[in-house]
Design a protein around this ligand. Structure first.
Ligand code: DGJ
Length: 728
């Protein structure tokens, strides 16, 4: 049983392979968090509770309860504002009387197999009901009529707990949710670092590890989308935790809008981490009987290091999150994308010529990126006009796709559904459909505006126009782009007291459209994109199988981006292509792109014969290694930030019979002495390295390391070592 309940002590215990999580309905029904960490036995667990009150003369107490409990200091399960917990709360409600005090206490609970659905809000799913168990706790504020349900789903084998909350107004009068988070972790006596991902367009997912001092660190977005600046994920590691050892918590959010992860170290050295919707610019009115659900949070704890935390997330996202359908487990097509090859300068013949050349190189699919619709010859027009530009695509899309398919090549297409160009047919007809404020000047960003996705008529238009193209043509892949963030945020159909709902309603609208389209076309491979990785979040993974990781295709820059992205996102989701950029040769470019979904982003007609030969061998290598990379366990051996002059990582098959270790030499080498310590293999087994035929034990490779001396022949190259299990 993943979830047990001790009725006498009113303690819930949530167990996974990697962690135990304990919470209690304490005395007068306070929900307190007793423990979250490495697995512990069931016995004597209540004895560790709240011993700090004795020292806290300014901490409010419940006089009826006891001297050991104070909401100011005790670890709280779902902290609300105004009742003596002065740390950052998870829930703030302005009630009908206009004050912000909410006091939700335990009422009842249910435990059941499986997991409830909250669509179109993204959720991790169970593949079979016995894969997970759910605890649903109902708590309520008897004065204000705020009823809160807390949902915990325990994926025991995966080592994962998902959480979310629902708030319902069971009073007669309206109330306003001012802050709405999904999960909270309260860790007493904490000395932790925060590890998170920050970035910008073309430089996504830089990782940063900072010691948490007293006060609040907030990782968030107020862009309307999860954005390039921060990723909706953070890890909290003890100071001595490293890649393969030590305690670490990971918190991921299945949310593509304004999110926040806050970490507060309080004066008693308690660490509170709370994650959910960013409360900046957020307010949600609940009329009598109405309810709202928060996004889902994914919690992982392991005492086996940051690498193991990442692997738990990778397996979980692969098995229980990425969009289901034929493409979930199918071979991914090796594709060539027209963007960096031609930008807007293409026509049907050019796309056909790309496909023809690509087929000779072993490429499966051609993707026609931005520029095929309306009158779009540059980025100033036509977003929203989702009909084919017959001047460019002479003979029409159907005929082009048929010609390409006849070559044995599949076809994929680009859309940017949430956007509208002011120069477009759509804008002429519906100028009010974009997000705007009457009388306030619009802000341009890549010459485009954002559609108000909270409007049903906007969503219907998008569904119908995209559905028409996808249903009439053999399109096997869709790239869903999104190239600006939201400003002048207002929803023209909402009354003044609901304008604070606008950002969340935008995301809900986008999810609803994605839900409808992905269900209508379950066989399509969906790739999400937002100027590269500007919306690389776990919410979008519920509606796509992969994400274009970055518009930066330089392989050396990509090392940092891909290392960062891999903190929680699996290789199967990471869009990575070889482009024509010139900092390194095609060998390095191929080896770095092999980490991800793999493909090409260049003009195949401009390649030399040598490069074409190399590409042919790369497409073979992709087929040879992709299963291992997609399903394997990632070991980050040397981070680019280590500044060692080389970067290295390995994928090890789950059954530990095979590994591929890649090293990229990023600086000039001078008789370097490199012993690559390849972890994750079975220490008791033996492995043959393919290029030399030499045999090593797993223990040797892990502890002594593989001597790279004879492999470093040239500067700025890369080396792949392929190991397969063998008898001695
Ligand atoms: C941004 C994406 O990241 C690129 O790959 C490309 O699709 C362009 N948009 C097209 O406008």
């Amino acid at each position: 049983m993943a979830i047990t309940y001790n009725a006498e002590k009113r303690i819930f215990k949530l167990d996974t392979a990697a962690s135990s999580y304990l919470l209690q309905a304490y005395k007068r029904d306070y929900l307190v968090q007793l423990y979250y960490g490495a697995p512990i036995p069931d016995e004597f667990i209540e004895n560790r509770v709240f011993r700090t009150r004795v020292f806290s003369s300014f901490s409010p107490a419940d006089i009826e309860t006891d001297d050991l409990f104070s909401p100011d200091i005790s670890p709280m399960e779902y902290p609300c504002g105004g009742i003596g917990d002065f740390r950052t709360p998870s829930l703030v409600i302005k009630n009908a009387d206009g004050n912000f005090v909410t006091d939700v206490r335990y009422r009842s609970h249910k435990i059941y197999a499986g997991k409830p659905d909250f669509s179109p809000l993204p959720s991790a799913y169970v593949n079979a009901d016995d894969e997970a168990e759910t605890l649903e706790i109902t708590a309520a504020d008897k004065l204000t009529g705020a009823e809160v349900k807390l949902f915990y789903t325990v994926f025991e084998k995966a080592g994962v707990i998902t959480r979310r909350a629902t708030v319902k107004n069971v009073s007669e009068k309206p109330m306003f949710i001012e802050k709405f988070h999904s999960a909270c972790i309260d860790i007493p006596d904490a000395e932790y670092d925060c590890i998170d991902m920050y970035g910008k367009h073309c430089f996504e997912c830089g990782t940063e590890r900072v010691p948490l001092g007293h006060g609040i660190r907030k990782i968030s977005s107020s862009r309307g989308m999860s954005g390039h600046s921060h990723n909706a994920f953070a890890a909290f590691a003890e100071r001595e935790t490293g890649e393969e050892q030590g305690s670490v918590y990971g918190v991921g959010l299945l949310y593509s809008g304004n999110f926040a992860i806050e970490a507060e170290l309080d004066s008693y050295n308690g660490l509170r981490v709370t994650a959910g919707i960013n409360d900046e610019y957020f307010e949600w009115k609940l009329e009598k009987g109405e309810s709202l659900s928060s996004p889902e949070a994914v919690l992982v704890y392991t005492d086996k290091g940051i690498g193991e935390m990442s692997r738990i997330f990778h397996r979980f996202y692969n098995n229980n999150l990425v969009l289901r359908g034929k493409q979930k487990d199918a071979e991914r097509p090796l594709l060539i994308n027209s963007w960096e090859a031609a930008y807007f300068d293409f026509d049907a013949d050019k796309i056909y010529a790309f496909a023809e050349e690509a087929s000779k190189l072993g490429i499966d699919m051609v993707v026609m990126d931005d520029g095929w619709f309306g009158k779009r010859d540059d980025d100033t027009t036509s977003l929203g006009d989702w009909f084919v530009n017959e001047k460019k695509i002479k003979g029409g899309l159907t005929a082009l796709i048929k010609r390409i398919n006849a070559l044995g090549v599949k076809f994929g297409l680009w859309f940017e559904p949430e956007m509208i160009s002011p120069v477009s047919e759509l804008y002429k007809k519906h100028p009010d459909w974009c997000i705007h404020i009457d009388g306030r000047e619009q802000q341009h960003c890549r010459s485009q505006y954002v559609l108000d996705m909270s409007r049903a008529d906007v969503r219907d238009y998008l569904y119908n126009s995209i559905e028409a193209i996808l249903s009439k043509n053999n399109i096997e892949y869709v790239k869903w782009d999104c190239n600006r963030n939201i400003t002048n945020a207002a929803a023209s159909l909402l009354p003044a007291d609901r304008q604070g709902e606008m950002f969340h309603r935008f995301v809900l609208g986008t999810y609803e459209l994605l839900d409808k389209l992905t269900k209508r076309f379950p066989d399509i491979l969906w790739e999400s994109c937002s100027g590269g990785g500007g919306r690389y979040d776990a919410g979008m993974l519920a509606y796509s199988q992969q994400v274009w990781c970055s518009d930066n295709t330089d392989p050396i820059a990509r090392l940092k981006i891909q290392f960062g992205t891999s903190l929680c996102y699996p290789a199967s989701t990471m869009g990575a292509h070889v482009s024509a950029c010139t900092r390194t040769g095609y060998g390095v470019k191929g080896d770095v792109a092999l980490w991800g979904t793999f493909g090409y982003e260049l003009d195949p007609l401009k390649l030399s014969a040598d490069v074409k030969e190399l590409i042919k061998s790369q497409t073979d290598e992709y087929r040879k290694y992709n299963r291992l990379i997609r399903n394997g366990d990632l070991y980050r051996i040397v981070y680019p930030a280590a500044n060692k002059g080389y970067t290295a990582w390995a994928f090890v098959s789950p059954d530990k019979t095979e590994a591929l270790a890649t090293t990229v030499f990023t600086e000039q080498m001078n008789c370097e002495s490199i012993f690559l310590k390849i972890k994750g293999l079975d220490e008791k087994r033996f492995y043959r390295e393919e290029s030399t035929g030499e045999i090593y034990s797993g223990a040797y490779l892990k502890n002594a390391g593989f001597n790279m001396a004879s492999f470093i022949k040239e500067n700025y190259t890369s080396i792949k070592l392929h190991f397969t299990a063998t008898e001695k």
